[in-house]
Design a protein around this ligand. Structure first.
Ligand code: G1P
Length: 298
């Protein structure tokens, strides 16, 4: 019987420079899509996949992130007094039980692989998930849950994968496919941020992973890779077996938004707004009026 995946690492130590000046005082992960911070989308997805322990790898200036998951007795009392049960219910999803969440500092910005490695002692000898909250995935069945179900069949290591335009492959970890089985692909190589025109395919790694503890051992020894950083991709690639087993890409069903970029963040805002019953009509009307006005002005 395969070990269940119950722990997830959330690397959130990045400076978020692409969102300056906002990120001067607000951690990027606290920026909101409609009314929920990015990190809440990741937590909800993790919970749906059966994750019970949440490990955040943080850095200086991320205090707001820790406060976000605390109970807020004064606020809760006020809401109770006013009979705002719906808001109390909303707040419940933001709370963590004591011991369910852990924060560990990445003391130096040495890359994603290093950030994940910082959590090694909290993982031990079990498979674990990694979720990058910048990648927000709208899906009927949450992406990590799809992966946990697929992983129950394959074991090994699994990365979320998605086809990207060929000229964008250089921004991602890219898979070299051994066998394409539809949703699942077996992998014979992985390259982090390949130079333009050298990518082995246009199947890119998206920020959801289920990894074996071997990857943490690999990270202990690995040298810096693309961009001079310690890359998670390189440590996963070391798990590729000679028979093409060991690492799988999983083409998830859903729409991924790159909320690490301004354009992606805006698109996600519109998409999540349109998905909300309380906002859809007004937003749709506004967008239609806007498009009509823009066409008329052309
Ligand atoms: C990271 C990973 C990369 C992956 C990407 C997905 O890169 O290193 O392999 O394709 O996330 O969003 P980053 O976007 O942090 O540079």
């Amino acid at each position: 019987m395969r070990n269940k995946v119950t722990k997830a690492i959330f690397p959130v130590a990045g400076l978020g420079t692409r969102f300056l000046p906002a990120t001067k005082s607000v951690p990027k992960e606290i920026m909101t899509l409609v009314d929920r911070p990015l990190v809440q989308y990741a937590i909800d997805e993790a919970r749906a996949a059966g994750i019970k322990e949440f490990i955040f790898v943080t850095s200086r200036g991320k205090g707001a992130l820790e406060d976000y998951f605390d109970h807020s007795p004064q606020l809760e009392q006020e809401l109770r007094k006013k009979g705002k049960d719906d808001l109390l219910e909303t707040l419940k999803n933001t709370n963590m039980d004591s011991g369910e969440i852990a924060y560990i500092r990445q003391h130096k910005a040495l890359g994603l692989g290093h950030a994940v490695w910082c959590a090694r002692r909290l993982i031990g000898n079990e498979p674990f998930a990694v979720m990058l909250p910048d990648d927000v995935i709208a899906a009927e069945k949450p992406c990590l849950q799809q992966m946990v179900e697929a992983y129950a069949e394959t074991g090994g290591n699994m990365v979320a994968a998605m086809e990207v335009p060929a000229d964008k492959a250089q921004n991602y970890g890219v898979l070299d496919m051994a066998e394409d089985m539809g949703a699942m692909v077996s992998v014979k190589g992985m390259v982090e941020k390949p130079a333009a025109g050298t990518a082995p395919s246009n199947l890119a790694v998206i920020g959801r992973y289920i990894l074996s503890p071997n990857v943490l051992r690999n990270l202990s020894k690995i040298k810096s890779g693309a961009g001079g950083e310690i890359q998670l991709t390189d440590a996963i690639a070391q798990e590729i077996g000679s028979d093409g087993s060991g690492v799988y890409g999983y083409r998830f069903r859903g729409q991924r938004f790159d909320c690490g970029s301004k354009a992606g963040f805006l698109q996600a805002t519109v998409a999540f707004g349109l998905a909300r019953d309380d906002l859809r009509d007004d937003l749709e009307t506004y967008l239609q009026e806007l498009m009509t006005a823009r066409k008329a002005a052309e």
